[in-house]
Ligand binder design. Structure first.
Ligand code: B3K
Ligand code: ZN
Length: 897
């Protein structure tokens, strides 16, 4: 586990594997304090690597080797070498059968990588390099083998024995034990291996694929929780149908299993035919899960299912290509979400998430391209850049070549690469070949880090009715990449006239006979400009009067756009833009400008001034166009949300967390006081009658209503806090209860304590609800929050060994409580350092993820920087630090980012 000299791995050093494994026959014998794993590998030299005489090198981590046989003959000790990470056999024939027997200790596996024990049994997680913790293997994704897996365990304690593929045999074997053998018909990389031996309850269903095949669907959950598995099953069926309808992709298995486990490092894992999920993304019931939880389940179940084609059938050649499967699968999941819920609202949430996580990453010490060029620990690169920016890159291809061509590109990609381990270049090539659009320059998105900036200026000439936009692109330096080449950026835009109507767009140089693929045709009201040069001008013809530009519609590229909008222009866009994303965006720009101005005023000792145009715009959002209430409450709820503190911090040269918090809270209070009646009215008007349902329309109403309640509470009127408490007490669903509790947590009032106590008393036996209870306390704005968080680490509700608990308490405090984590006295930083150091001994992956909260430390003032540096250095100097955490802290401390 501890590697004394962590090495950097480079993409440029990639070479194909010298040996390939054609088949693996695994036999896993689970005992009370260990497991014995026998593996038989059918290996041969890679024919493409001839002539070759090199040694056979197998990866292994924390394996106690008991024996090794080559072609049936036990090897003497001088015929192989063993070090902490490898088994090396210098002399081998070109084709061989290798048998190893190892002992492992799943009960002591606190890393939750490889085979580990959890409450109800044994589970695995292999991606990216966990399989080597189960047996010796060539543990890299371009080695694809056929798996047969036999599991032995106590029958009463572990009635279900599961692995990838089809169950081909099973039986009893005396002493109350049983066994089962599984065979996976599809060759796969080792990271997709999974097995489970556990006592669980099973929900079953069937799905008839479009070619008429009947597939068995099974969801396995903790005993007694079957009533929480139904929604995930429906999600799975929706996802299967959608992938058939939209991409023509069908399930290739007779049986598809999802197993939920409470101890899991991340969200879920797409193992072939046997997905293993964090309980958080499976279990749901109206009284314990919020609307957002339901939505996340829909999306994560779909995401893992979609991997069956984008990831499993076509996989990654090496881990640098991770975004090949992740960016593409996130894009597919986003499109599924857009079709299941409100497309504009999904997009708004995705962009907000991208800006909250990926933009800061791209501006900080861990900045890396969508296809990283090096890493010390690959687990650190399951990042917002690889996932979310990777999805934006796929979306840009979709925008540039158009929907039909994109589908042709996907078809071609599968035709060419089914069953292969390939690269991001292979994906782009298929898109280029299918569409005829040259994507050569576009590919820079995969290799250059940093968030590009578009500086836009305009000029209108009334005599010629020409409107000219000048677009300059630039990209700030990132670690190892001081200079960037220009990107190919799809800039979708529209022009609004004085009445708020879209103007038909005629571009100088339009060739009506050959409209560029994917763009709106000449004369349409949204056009996609291809920005490819450092500076470029675009001239629109027949523009009757100076328009208001609606730039980057639908957020067509992951960039910053700078354009000198007046408040009036923003209010115009907020009221009229036909692109809902940009209607939302205009409001966010206005609020951000207002808060940044307010911070400057505060420093000069003056109070925040909120212009009538802003209050008026908010009032219109609440009232909507038709009668009382907006047409789309879910959209209104988003548009009424102020940009969060992390986002505002990113817009500042030197971050002042106290000022951000003070001004943002003040703005909310001023709005609440001005619009008290409107908020009260909308709160009452959007009550959702009848039994709870997580559908998009009802969820939208609840979201708006709870946003109104939050504003009302900002007045600090005891009646408003009372109203929140009453909602908390009477809610028949977790969404409304949790919304009320998340409001009360910020106010030092008796209702707060009463609600928190009642909540815990009621839900202490539901781990996922206890996670919410921890999170809501960790994100309180009250000044003593850190003290409370520290006390909660001692509470029986908390366990540092459970990743969900760690993320809910420590993660939520350090990434979701800007003002308290970044306290001027450095106490937040010291606390986080303490926790990272403790956790690193148990679970380095989760510890490294926590340590990322230090990423932006250089953006703060000298005092805070000194505290952060001391905390980081203390972590760095800890003896026996994992390479996971070492990589994060050395990058944070090095350089100037
Ligand atoms: N592929 C997994 C992520 C594995 C993370 C390993 N540290 C989940 C997903 O993206 O679907
Ligand atoms: Zn994924």
């Amino acid at each position: 586990m501890r590697d004394p000299t962590p090495k950097t791995v480079y993409l440029k050093d990639y070479t194909p594997p010298p040996f390939i494994v054609e088949a693996i026959d695994l036999d896993i014998d689970l005992r009370d304090d260990h497991a014995r794993v026998r593996s038989r590998l059918a290996i041969r030299r890679n024919p493409n690597m001839r002539p070759s005489t090199g040694p056979l090198v197998l990866d292994g981590d924390e394996l106690a080797l008991e024996s090794v046989k080559l072609n049936g003959r036990p090897l003497a000790q001088d015929e192989y070498r063993l070090d902490a990470q490898r088994l090396i056999i210098p002399q081998t024939p070109d084709a061989l059968a290798l048998e190893t027997v190892v002992r492992i200790h799943p009960h002591q596996n606190t890393q939750l990588m490889g085979l580990y024990a959890s409450k109800d049994g044994f589970f695995t997680q292999c991606e990216p390099e966990g399989f080597r913790r189960i047996t010796f293997f060539i543990d890299r994704p371009d080695v694809m083998a056929r798996y047969t897996t036999t599991i032995h365990a106590d029958k009463a304690r572990y009635p279900y024995l599961l692995s990838n593929g089809n169950l081909i045999a099973q039986g009893d074997e005396g002493s109350g034990r049983h066994w089962a053998r599984w065979e996976d018909p599809f060759p796969k990389p080792s990271y997709l291996f999974a097995m489970v031996a556990a006592k669980l309850d099973r929900l079953e269903d069937t799905f008839i694929t479009r070619s008429g095949k009947r597939a068995r669907l099974q969801i396995y959950v903790e005993p007694g929780k079957l009533d929480q598995a139904g929604f995930a099953m429906q999600a799975l069926k929706k996802a299967m149908k959608w992938d058939e309808d939209v991409f023509g992709l069908e399930l290739d298995l007779d049986q598809y299993m999802i197993v939920a486990v409470g101890d899991f490092n991340m969200g879920a894992m797409e193992n072939k035919g046997l997905n293993i999920f964090n309980t958080k993304y499976v279990l749901a019931r109206p009284d314990i899960a919020t609307d957002l939880d339901f939505q996340h389940i829909d999306r994560v179940v779909a995401h893992e299912y979609f991997h069956n084609w984008t990831g499993n059938r076509v996989t990654c050649r090496d881990w640098f290509q991770l975004s090949l499967k992740e960016g593409l699968t996130v894009f597919r999941e986003q499109e599924f979400g857009a079709d299941m819920y409100s497309r504009p609202v999904q997009r708004i949430c995705e962009v907000r998430h991208l800006r909250a996580t990926q933009f800061p990453e791209d501006a900080g010490p861990m900045a890396h391209p969508v296809r990283p060029q090096s890493y010390m620990e690959i687990s650190n690169f399951y990042t917002a850049t690889v996932y979310e920016k990777g999805a934006e890159v796929v979306r840009m291809i979709h925008t540039l070549i158009g929907k039909e061509n994109f589908r042709k590109g996907m078809d071609l990609y599968f035709r060419r690469h089914d069953g292969q381990a390939v690269t991001c270049d292979d994906f782009v090539q298929a898109m280029q070949d299918a569409s005829g659009v040259d994507l050569t320059q576009f590919k820079r998105w995969y290799d250059q880090a940093g968030t590009p900036v578009l500086d836009v200026s305009d000029h209108y000439d009334p005599t010629t009715q020409r409107y000219t936009l000048t677009v300059k692109q630039s990209c700030p330096p990132t670690p190892g990449q001081p200079e960037k080449l220009p990107f190919h950026i799809p800039l979708a835009l529209g022009l609004l006239d004085r009445d708020g109507q879209d103007i038909p767009l005629w571009l100088e140089g339009d060739d009506a006979a050959h409209p560029p693929a994917g763009d709106g045709a000449p004369g349409s009201t949204t056009r996609v400009l291809s920005v490819t040069q450092p500076e470029q001008t675009f001239t629109f013809l027949r523009v009757p009067a100076k328009p208001v530009p609606s730039l980057l519609r639908g957020f067509s590229a992951p960039v910053h756009v700078r354009y000198p909008y007046s408040d009036q222009a923003l209010a115009h866009l907020m009221a009229h833009d036909s692109d809902p994303f940009n209607r939302w965006e205009a409001g966010q720009r206005m609020a951000t400008d207002l808060i940044l101005k307010g911070i400057a005023e505060l420093k000069a000792g003056r109070d925040l001034v909120v212009p009538e145009s802003f209050v008026g715009a908010m009032a219109r959002l609440l009232k909507g166009d038709e009668g009382y209430g907006p047409r789309d409450p879910a959209f209104a709820a988003e548009a009424l949300s102020l940009p969060d503190e992390n986002f505002i911090a990113e817009q500042m040269e030197v971050v002042d967390p106290d000022a951000i918090h003070a001004v943002r809270t003040r703005l909310a209070r001023i709005l609440a006081e001005h619009l008290r009646d409107e908020f009260s009215h909308a709160y009452r008007a959007h009550a959702v009658p009848g039994p709870y349902s997580p559908d998009a329309a009802s969820a939208g109403k609840r979201a708006l209503r709870n946003r109104c309640l939050a504003y009302l509470a900002e007045t600090q009127d005891p009646q408003a806090l009372r109203l929140a408490f009453v909602q908390f007490e009477t809610a028949d669903n977790m969404t409304d209860a949790m919304a009320a509790l998340s409001i009360l947590t910020h106010f030092d009032c008796p209702e707060r304590e009463q609600a928190l106590e009642a909540f815990y008393a009621r839900w202490k036996d539901e781990p996922l609800v206890v996670d919410k209870w921890l999170r809501v306390q960790a994100t309180s704005r009250l000044p003593d929050t850190l003290e409370k968080v520290k006390r909660l680490t001692e509470h029986p509700a908390f366990s540092i060994k459970n990743p969900n608990k760690v993320y809910s308490l420590i993660g939520a405090f350090s990434t979701g409580n800007h003002v308290r984590f970044h306290a001027a006295d450095g106490a937040g930083y010291q606390f986080l350092a303490d926790q990272v150091i403790i956790l690193d001994k148990l679970n380095p992956q989760v510890a490294a993820r926590l340590a990322r909260a230090f990423d932006r430390w250089r953006k703060f003032d000298g005092g805070r920087q000194a505290h952060a540096r001391a905390a980081l250095e203390r972590i760095r100097d800890t003896a026996g630090l994992s390479k996971d955490v070492a990589e994060i802290v050395t990058k944070a401390l090095g350089g100037s980012f």
